[in-house]
Design a protein around this ligand. Structure first.
Ligand code: MLT
Length: 410
């Protein structure tokens, strides 16, 4: 008899975004006329065309594969050196990140889930709430939690509430934890962390022998040069942090798939007997066993994003989405709603009108405005009472969404 991993049965609903898609499809079946008006501001999926620099590099790489002399088969699992070097030089200038500490992958969603392979069970894991659901769900699948309660919180995880009252800035855990998930600019609340705030986390992690899993997938949206874009800008972070980055939200690679993890060589974890082992070595073993690398044309396209043209094209994309975020924020504020985020992030986090819960708000926006948003409760119990609007869309659609918000909520 093939036994299943029963941890999966602890996951009550489907994964958030497919669940939203399911509800939108049900609405479309029931209301086919209204369905033609639907504008999707739910999942943070890019809409604007792929930067020219990336397309050109990808086409050239495909042509190289069409010639016997320049054909390539399997590439290095960790990623081609040309890309790892481009990342080290351009994403981490002066931060001492070596090309060898970079592992290229097919996405941060996979990386943030897969990283649990190298950590043992029975750890104390701190997770902000609300949070990108992958962190929670993959811990449930790995058996790191008990069952969930009525609010959806899983026994065994240490939740760090991020509320309007604490400016969506989680307090340090009161107890000693081993793993800490942080994401800045934050998905879903759109908040950013200052260097001083991150220094507290790094100091805590070093004092408690904990590892920070730092998701910086939205770093390109930081608008203030004083704010950190990488955890490695913080003193001591190389001893306690793994960073996740992606080409999805800056270069528009959500459909192309390319990302990377940085694991400093000096970062270690411990065996039950107290022996120190490098996490870099463990991840290299895991990555080369379970992954065969990102395709050559995609890695060439990612490399091209670091060219002068590529950087300019990314800047324009980010400006476009940030312009959308500003419009969405303004439209909600004009309706008297409390609005957060949207200044260093493509996400606008909005408090639901009085007396409405977040799935209720999702339904109302879909039924009355034909706009898909993400209910805050989908990101965790502390997200109840909020909804998230994604700024990833065309300007035309965003202007239309703003007009519909004014009509329905104004
Ligand atoms: C989101 O909408 O939260 C993100 O797009 C999901 C993702 O990047 O996987």
């Amino acid at each position: 008899m093939a036994r299943i991993n029963e941890n999966f049965l602890k996951l009550k609903a489907g994964y958030l975004f497919p669940e939203i898609a399911r509800r939108v499809n049900a609405f479309s079946d029931a209301e086919p006329e209204k369905a033609t008006r639907v504008i999707r501001c739910g999942i943070g999926d890019v809409t604007e065309p792929l930067p020219l620099a990336a397309r050109t590099a990808m086409k050239e790489a495909v042509d190289e594969l069409g010639e016997r002399e320049s054909f390539r088969g399997y590439g290095p699992e960790q990623g081609y050196e040309f890309l790892r070097k481009a990342v080290a030089e351009n994403a981490y200038p002066g931060l001492g990140v070596d090309a060898d500490e970079i592992f290229v992958s097919d996405g941060s969603k996979c990386d943030t889930g897969n990283i649990l392979d190298i950590f043992g069970g029975g750890q104390k894991i701190a997770i902000t709430d609300p949070v990108y659901p992958v962190y929670v769900d993959t811990n449930v699948m790995a058996g790191n939690t008990g069952e969930s309660d009525e609010s959806g919180q899983f026994a065994g995880l240490i939740y760090l509430p991020c509320t309007a009252e604490n400016d969506f800035t989680p307090a340090l855990p009161e107890e000693k934890v081993d793993l800490i998930y942080l994401c800045y600019p934050n998905n879903p609340t759109g908040t950013v962390a200052t260097g001083e705030q991150l220094q507290k986390w790094v100091d805590y992690a070093r004092a408690n022998d904990a590892v920070i899993l730092y998701d910086a997938a939205y770093e390109a949206y930081v608008q203030d040069a004083e704010l950190p874009r990488s955890i490695y800008e913080i003193e001591g972070a190389r001893e306690c942090a793994i960073e996740f980055r992606s080409f999805s939200k800056n270069g528009g690679f959500t459909g192309i798939r390319c990302a990377f993890i940085v694991i400093p060589k000096e970062l270690t974890g411990s065996t039950a007997d107290g022996e120190r082992v490098t996490l870099h070595g463990l991840w290299a073993r895991r990555h080369s066993t379970k992954f065969n690398g990102v395709s050559y044309p995609v890695q060439r396209a990612a490399e091209a994003l670091f060219s002068v043209e590529g950087k300019n094209q990314i800047r324009k994309l980010v400006e476009h989405y940030m312009g959308n975020a500003a419009l969405l924020k303004e439209a909600c504020e004009k309706c008297g709603l409390a609005v957060y985020g949207g200044e260093h992030s493509p996400y606008v986090w909005v408090r639901c009108p009085e007396g409405m819960d977040s799935w209720g708000m999702f339904d109302r926006m879909l039924q009355e405005a034909q706009v898909v948003v993400t209910p805050g409760a989908g990101f965790g119990a502390a997200g109840e009472g909020f909804f998230r609007i994604s700024a990833f869309n065309s300007r035309e659609n965003v202007k239309e969404v703003c007009a519909r918000i004014a009509k329905v909520l104004g």
